[in-house]
Design a protein around this ligand. Structure first.
Ligand code: DMJ
Length: 643
C-alpha cells in the first residue's frame, strides 16, 4: 500500500543525487516521510482491521457529526486535480441523501485513503527528481492549465468573436487585370497552379508532398507524422486564384483528416510557418471556423517547446509527449535564430484568435531575451543556447539560419499597425549593422550580402538571402529620416544581383548559393550548391519591388522565371526541383515542394495582378507567404463596441 524502499529505488535515488550535503538533506526528508507513512499505515490498519473501527474513527476523529464529515470539506491537495474537486462535489450530493450514513462514511474513508496514497506516491516521485526537473514540472503544470482551457472541446466552443471583418476580406477577391497581355500571363500562372494541384491530388493526396517524376507521395521528417502539408500550404493560393472547387476539397480534407494527435517529432518552425500560418490565412480569407479551430489546436500542441530555462523554444518537439530538443548538428545544442525568431506573427494571431495571451507571451519573451542580449557589432548570431540564454557561436547570416528573424521584426512592426516600436527599432538597428558588416559590392558592381563568421566574411550569398531585397524595400517607408530612398535602392540592387544569379545559369533559375570570390560573381562554384528546389525568394523580391516601384523590369524578370519553370521544371506529374542549374540536361530531384504552391506561384500570380489584390497596407505575408491581416490599432475600439 505504501512505498517500500527497494534496493533499486535506493540506488536510483542516491545514484542521481551524489553524496553531497544536498543528498543528505534529501535523505533526511525521506526518512521523515517514511515515519509519517508508517504512522498513516497504522491508522489505516486500525480502521480496516480492528473490529468496528468505523465507529472508532467517526467517534474519535470526526465526532460523528455528518456536517463535519470530510466529504463536505473535501478540498484538493497540492497534487490533486480539478476533477477531484468535482468528484468531491458529486459525492457530496449522494451523501446528503438521508438514511445511509454508513455507506457515506465508507466512501469518505476510501477517498481519504486514495488521497493519502496519491500524495505519498507524488512525494516519492518528487524526491527522486533533480531540482531542475521539479522546476520544469511546476512550469509544465501551469502550462497544462492554460492548455486544458484551450484544448478541450468546450474551450473551442468558447473561442472569442473575431472583429477583423470587414478588414479580413479587403482585396482578397480576385479581379481581372485590365491589360489583356497581363491577364493572359496571370491566367498561365493559374494554369501552373492547376497542374501542380491536380497531380498532387492524383498521386499524393493527403501526403505531405508530391514526387512528380516517380508519381507518389513524399514525406519529409520536418512534419513528423502530420500529413497534408501541400493541402494546408496551398489553401490561400487556391482562394486568391479563385479556384473554388479545389479550395472546397482542401477544406473538406482539413475537416475530415487533418490530425495533430500524432506521436511525432516535428520542426516547430516548419509546422508553424506552413501549418499554423496556412490555417490562419485560410481562416481570415474564407471565414470558415474549422481553420481557426485547427490553428489554435496546433498552436497549443507547440507550447511545450517553450519549456526551457530561457523560454527560447526547442527546434524539435514531440507533439504527443511534449519533449523537445535541438537539432543534433546545431552548435552547442543551440536553438536557431531563424527558427525561434519566426514564430512571432503567427503566435500574435493565435492569441487574438483564441482570446488567450499565452501565445503572445511566449514570443514577447523571445523578443525580450534577444533585446537584452549583448550583440557583437550590433549583429545577431544564428545560434543561441536555450539553457543559458547566451549566444553559442558568432555566425551571422541573412540567409539560412538567420533570414526570417529579420523579416519578422519588420513585419511585427507592420502587422501591429505600426504600434510595436520595439520591433521597429530592433529591425532598423539590425539592418544598419548588416549593412556595415555584411553587405558588399563586387568588382563589377553587384551588391551582395555575405556571411559573417566571427568577424571574417564568407563571400557567398544563398538563394534564401534573396528575400532581403523585398524586405529592404518593404521597410523603406518607415526608415530613419533620409533613408527611405537608400533602402529602396538597396532592395533594387539585391533584386538585380539575384536576377544575375538566375541569368548566369543554363536553365535561367538560380542556384542554392552563389559566390563572389576567386574571380566569379553570382555563380555557384561548388557542386553541392548548384541545385534549385522551386524556391520563391527571388520572385518574392520581384513582387515587392514591382508593387513598390512599378518598374516593368520586375514583371519581365518574373516572366523569365515562369518560362524557365515551364521549360525545365514542369513534368507530366507536376513540377520538380533540379539538381544542377548549369547542366544542359535536366536532372530532377523528384520533389514538388509545398512552398512552390504556397509561395512561388502566389508571388508570381500577384506580380501579374492589380495592386488591389491583397494590398500591402492590409496584409502581411508570413515567411511561407501566408496572409495575416494587420491587427489594426482600431481593433480594440471595434472589440469594445462589439461587446
Ligand atoms: C520556405 O519554407 C520559407 O520561405 C522559409 O522562410 C524558407 N524556406 C522555404 C522556401 O525556400
Amino acid at each position: 500500500m505504501f512505498p517500500i524502499r527497494s534496493a533499486g529505488y535506493a540506488m536510483g535515488f542516491e545514484g542521481r543525487k551524489g553524496s553531497g550535503p544536498a543528498a543528505f538533506r534529501l535523505t533526511e526528508k525521506f526518512v521523515l516521510l517514511l515515519v509519517f507513512s508508517a504512522f498513516i499505515t497504522l491508522c489505516f490498519g486500525a480502521i480496516f482491521f480492528l473490529p468496528d473501527s468505523s465507529k472508532l474513527l467517526s467517534g474519535v476523529l470526526f465526532h460523528s457529526s455528518p456536517a463535519l464529515q470530510p466529504a463536505a470539506d473535501h478540498k484538493p491537495g497540492p497534487g490533486a486535480r480539478a476533477e477531484d474537486a468535482a468528484e468531491g462535489r458529486a459525492r457530496r450530493g449522494e451523501e446528503d441523501a438521508p438514511g445511509d450514513p454508513a455507506a457515506s462514511l465508507e466512501d469518505n474513508l476510501a477517498r481519504i485513503r486514495e488521497n493519502h496514497e496519491r500524495a505519498l506516491r507524488e512525494a516519492k516521485e518528487t524526491l527522486q527528481k533533480l531540482p531542475e526537473e521539479i522546476q520544469r514540472d511546476i512550469l509544465m503544470e501551469k502550462e497544462k492549465v492554460a492548455q486544458d482551457q484551450l484544448s478541450n472541446r468546450a474551450g473551442f466552443r468558447r473561442l472569442p468573436p473575431v472583429y477583423l471583418a470587414p478588414v479580413n476580406t479587403i482585396g482578397a477577391i480576385d479581379r481581372e487585370p485590365a491589360d489583356a497581355a497581363i491577364r493572359e500571363k496571370r491566367e498561365k500562372i493559374k494554369e501552373m497552379m492547376k497542374h501542380a494541384w491536380k497531380n498532387y491530388k492524383r498521386y499524393a493526396w493527403g501526403k505531405n508532398e508530391l514526387k512528380p517524376v516517380s508519381k507518389g507521395g513524399h514525406s519529409s521528417s520536418l512534419f513528423g507524422n502530420i500529413q497534408g502539408a501541400t493541402i494546408v500550404d496551398a489553401l490561400d493560393t487556391l482562394f486568391i486564384m479563385n479556384m473554388k472547387d479545389e479550395f472546397e476539397e482542401a477544406q473538406a480534407w482539413v475537416e475530415e483528416n487533418l490530425n495533430f494527435n500524432v506521436n511525432a517529432e516535428v520542426s516547430v518552425f516548419e509546422v508553424n510557418i506552413r501549418f499554423v500560418g496556412g490555417l490562419i490565412s485560410a481562416y481570415y480569407l474564407s471565414g470558415a471556423e474549422i481553420f481557426r479551430k485547427k490553428a489554435v489546436e496546433l498552436g497549443v500542441k507547440l507550447l511545450p517547446a517553450f519549456q526551457t530555462p530561457s523560454g527560447i523554444p526547442w527546434a524539435l518537439l514531440n507533439i504527443k509527449s511534449g519533449i523537445g530538443r535541438n537539432w543534433p548538428w546545431a552548435s552547442g545544442g543551440s536553438s536557431i535564430l531563424a527558427e525561434f525568431g519566426t514564430l512571432h506573427l503567427e503566435f500574435m494571431h493565435l492569441s487574438y484568435l483564441s482570446g488567450n495571451p499565452i501565445f503572445a507571451d511566449k514570443v514577447m519573451n523571445i523578443r525580450t531575451v534577444l533585446n537584452n542580449l549583448e550583440k557583437p557589432e550590433g549583429l545577431y548570431p544564428n545560434y543561441l543556447n536555450p539553457n543559458s540564454g547566451q549566444w553559442a557561436q558568432y555566425h551571422v547570416s541573412v540567409g539560412g539560419l538567420g533570414d526570417s528573424f529579420y523579416e519578422y521584426l519588420l513585419k511585427a512592426w507592420l502587422m501591429s499597425d505600426k504600434t510595436d516600436l520595439q520591433a521597429k527599432k530592433m529591425y532598423f538597428d539590425a539592418i544598419k549593422a548588416i549593412e556595415t558588416h555584411l553587405i558588399r559590392k563586387s568588382r563589377n558592381g553587384l551588391t551582395y550580402i555575405a556571411e559573417w563568421k566571427g568577424g571574417l566574411l564568407e563571400h557567398k550569398m544563398g538563394h534564401l538571402t534573396c528575400f532581403a531585397g523585398g524586405m529592404f524595400a518593404l521597410g523603406a517607408d518607415d526608415a530613419p529620416e533620409g533613408m527611405t530612398q537608400h533602402y529602396l535602392q538597396l532592395g533594387a540592387e539585391i533584386a538585380r544581383t539575384c536576377h544575375e544569379s538566375y541569368n548566369r545559369t543554363f536553365v535561367k533559375l538560380g542556384p542554392e548559393a552563389f559566390r563572389f570570390d576567386g574571380g566569379v560573381e553570382a555563380i555557384a562554384t561548388r557542386q553541392n550548391e548548384k541545385y534549385y528546389i522551386l524556391r520563391p525568394e527571388v520572385v518574392e523580391t520581384y513582387m515587392y519591388m514591382w508593387r513598390l516601384t512599378h518598374d516593368p523590369k520586375y514583371r519581365k524578370w518574373a516572366w523569365e522565371a515562369v518560362e524557365a519553370l515551364e521549360k525545365h521544371c514542369r513534368v507530366k506529374g507536376g513540377y520538380s526541383g533540379l539538381r544542377d542549374v548549369y547542366f544542359t540536361k535536366e536532372s530532377y530531384d523528384d520533389v514538388q515542394q509545398s512552398f512552390f504552391l504556397a509561395e512561388t506561384l502566389k508571388y508570381l500570380y500577384l506580380i501579374f495582378s492589380d495592386d488591389d489584390l491583397l494590398p500591402l497596407e492590409h496584409w502581411i505575408f508570413n515567411t511561407e507567404a501566408h496572409l495575416l491581416p494587420v491587427l489594426s490599432r482600431n481593433l480594440k475600439k471595434v472589440e469594445d463596441d462589439g461587446k
